[in-house]
Design a protein around this ligand. Structure first.
Ligand code: PAF
Length: 296
């Protein structure tokens, strides 16, 4: 595994792999502090590509002024061990000065998909994501890029960016990886105290219970599903809800509260963002209501 820190070194390492016929190239962009979720992305990349590139860069552009950019957890040595173990070929770890040698004057921004959910709570966040991911795509020029569905809105936004700008990469969305007790893996889970972590289990539980109620037909409308999610989450005294939403996916369009879930065409997302102490966690479930109802 090669570790490179400049764009020039990255391009040289990639040229070497491409000249040796080690294509296609799979790319796993990350902000480090890797966990089993990232490991699953590297493994998937290894199945589909002959060269696996991972980047580790905590991107200042996607953090708001009062967010956790400076305290975001970092552990390069551990990250490199995990990347090597899972089969990455090249790890790109640029510094801020390599990614942004000058204050950036060009931004990539995706309309409308970024105004709701995390886009509403974190203004500017998705512009930071789309800008850095565009830069990384230009540097790596991957055939495939791998993202976890825990950040489902990010997947929707990046798919649209790639399609609107004719970027020649296929976005591969990979399933959410959870702890045995249901907590979705996130680098930010380390911020949770023991009690917060226990209470944070209401997120996955609310999604599970609501999904089950939809499958059993006891919850039929969008509003009923939203209320059930909210009531399960509110059973945790420490939970402070940022949003609980049910939208079409990947268009992220509002579904009328009174409308039947079974009338929704295509996929639907139940998306949650909830704070426990100073830690904001997100979780979601994407499903096709027509298929769920067909099972009942
Ligand atoms: O999902 C992340 O870790 C980040 O948003 C990404 C895609 C690496 C861009 O900084």
């Amino acid at each position: 595994m090669r570790v490179v820190r400049t764009v020039l070194e990255l391009r040289e390492a990639l040229d070497y792999m491409r000249m040796g016929g080690h294509t296609p190239v799979g790319f796993v962009p990350t902000m480090g502090y890797l966990h089993e979720g990232h490991a699953s992305l590297i493994r998937k990349a290894g199945e589909m590509a002959n060269t696996v590139v991972m980047s580790i860069f905590v991107n200042p552009l996607q953090f708001g002024p009062n967010e956790d950019f400076s305290s975001y957890p970092r552990d390069e040595r551990r990250d490199l061990e995990l990347a090597e173990r899972e089969g990455a070929d090249i790890v790109f770890i640029p510094g801020v000065e390599e990614m942004y040698p000058e204050p950036i004057r060009t931004k990539v921004s995706v309309d409308s998909l970024t105004t709701q959910l995390c886009g509403a709570s974190r203004p500017g966040h998705f512009d930071g994501v789309t800008t850095v991911v565009s830069k990384l795509f230009n540097m790596v020029q991957p055939d495939y890029a791998f993202f976890g569905l825990k950040d489902a809105q990010q997947v929707a936004v990046l798919r649209r960016m790639v399609s609107d700008l004719n970027i020649n990469v296929e976005i591969i969305a990979c399933p959410i990886v959870r702890e045995g007790d249901g907590l979705a893996l996130s680098s930010r889970n380390v911020y949770l105290s023991g009690e917060e972590r226990t209470q944070a289990l209401v997120l996955s539980r609310s999604l599970r219970e609501t999904r089950k109620a939809i499958e059993e037909g006891t919850v039929r409308t969008v509003e009923e599903a939203r209320k059930l999610l909210e009531s399960v989450i509110s059973s945790s005294p420490l939970a402070v809800i940022d949003y609980v939403e049910i939208l079409s996916f990947p268009d992220l369009e509002t579904l009328e509260g009174g409308s039947l879930l079974s009338d929704a065409e295509g996929e639907v997302i139940m998306a949650l963002a909830v704070k426990f102490g100073r830690t904001r966690l997100i979780d979601n479930n994407v499903f096709i209501p027509k298929e769920v109802h067909a099972l009942v």
